[in-house]
Design a protein around this ligand. Structure first.
Ligand code: TXA
Ligand code: MG
Length: 314
């Protein structure tokens, strides 16, 4: 049985209590819903992998309430510090050297000597982290390889009966996952996401190298077929072929649209919801086509997720 908790003091207290007891609770963040477990507790972290059916070589993001809490578990170089000041709390994950004796389960880092850390902005995530008073490991709250959840109902669709609770905070505002960045010594983009690479480049005043996409994934979220719906997916479509469900953007009109006005923020927030709805409408063995989305700003992260949704499946 998975209970749905209301976004109030008693819901937050109950989620924190379950997490302290080593149970799993999904919670809203501004990017997507996270599947939370105590990052210091090997058994809780093992349960996350089990609930998601995730290959155990994929390390998890640790969520903390503020920079002071991050400094307890990781070392920040000068660029990481600058980025943290500009973008935390918010949709940026930094991969940082792990502090000795940080107390993070090696299952979280998959045995690496680095740890991926994020300070979420969502008020409920903030309240939960403060009530729990510890680091929460939280991958997106969906079965491995499936579309990420942006609502509590999506979490239940994929994980009902496999986790103790979901804290219902309504729809996620950003709608796609955080940007993952290695900041020091040289910035490397491991996953495009909620903070556009242009904003990072502008802040650091230097180019950000693209990492993770060249065959061997440096960030396992970069496994080719990810975010996969049941239907097949075709990209860069300006009209529907026979039997295809077209998802429009801007001037390209479809049965659904990511944003009729061509607004990338609106499209990002709608992406995973629309992918689910298109999948449902297309039905088993169905076909979905997506209109082109410009490769700039949040468009990079949207196109990254769409390419993974379209990738051949094993
Ligand atoms: O927006 C988000 O980031 C969401 C919400 C819930 O915060 N979380 C999320 O987590 O997307 P997850 O577990 O689905 O994605 C974690 C990504 C994976 O691609 C993983 O490989 C990468 O972070 N990662 C974790 N630790 C890493 C490390 N030490 N080095 C490189 N990549 C790492
Ligand atoms: Mg995920």
């Amino acid at each position: 049985m998975t209970v749905t908790l209301a976004p109030d003091d008693s819901g937050i207290a109950e989620a924190a209590r379950l997490l302290a007891a080593g149970e799993l609770a999904a919670f809203p963040t501004e990017t997507v819903y996270g599947l939370g477990g105590d990052a210091r507790d090997d058994r809780a972290v093992a349960r996350i992998y089990e609930a998601k059916g995730r290959p155990s070589f994929n390390p998890l993001i640790v969520h903390l309430p503020d920079l002071a809490a991050v400094e307890q578990i990781a070392h920040l170089g000068p660029k990481a510090r600058k980025l943290a000041a500009a973008f935390w709390p918010g949709p940026l994950t930094l991969v940082l050297p792990l502090r000795d004796g940080a107390g993070i389960s090696p299952l979280v880092t998959a045995g690496l000597d680095t740890v991926a850390v994020r300070v979420p902005a969502h008020p409920l995530a903030q309240q939960l982290l403060r009530a729990f008073d510890g680091p929460l490991a939280a991958p997106s709250a969906n079965p491995s390889g499936r579309v990420s959840p942006t609502r509590a109902a999506h979490v239940l669709e994929g994980l009902s009966g496999r986790i103790a609770a979901v804290l219902d905070g309504g729809p996620s505002a950003v709608g796609l996952e955080s940007t993952i960045l290695l900041a020091d010594p040289e910035p490397v983009m491991l996953r495009p996401g909620g903070v556009p690479s242009e904003a990072i480049q502008a802040l650091l005043g230097e180019a950000v190298a693209a990492g993770g996409d060249a065959g061997r994934p440096t960030s396992p979220g970069q496994l080719a077929s990810h975010y996969a719906p049941g239907a097949s997916v075709r990209l860069e479509a300006t009209e529907a072929q026979a039997g295809e469900l077209l998802v429009g953007f801007g001037a390209v009109q479809g049965r659904l649209t990511l944003s009729a006005t061509g607004d990338l923020v609106e499209a990002a927030a709608a992406l995973f919801d629309t992918l689910r709805e298109a999948d449902r409408l297309a039905g088993p063995g169905g076909r979905i086509a997506f209109a082109p989305v410009p490769q700039a700003g949040l468009g990079r992260a949207i196109n990254d997720r769409l390419r993974r949704a379209a990738a051949p499946r094993d």
